[in-house]
Design a protein around this ligand. Structure first.
Ligand SMILES: [Zn+2]
Ligand SMILES: [Zn+2]
Length: 48
């Protein structure tokens, strides 16, 4: 399980469905806090 934004494996992950396609997106707590961009691997949706 790796963060979709920074690619690091982190024990603290937030998991949520992509708003576009519903595919699971995982981000670590740091990226969530810093509002790093993420890109859905399935549909390419980018969001904060
Ligand atoms: Zn991260
Ligand atoms: Zn998506």
């Amino acid at each position: 399980m790796a963060c979709i934004s920074c690619g690091r494996a982190s024990p603290k992950h937030a998991k949520f469905p992509c708003p576009e396609c519903g595919a699971p997106v995982e981000r670590c707590a740091d990226c969530r806090k810093n509002e790093n961009k993420y890109k859905c691997q399935k549909c390419g949706f980018q969001g904060p």
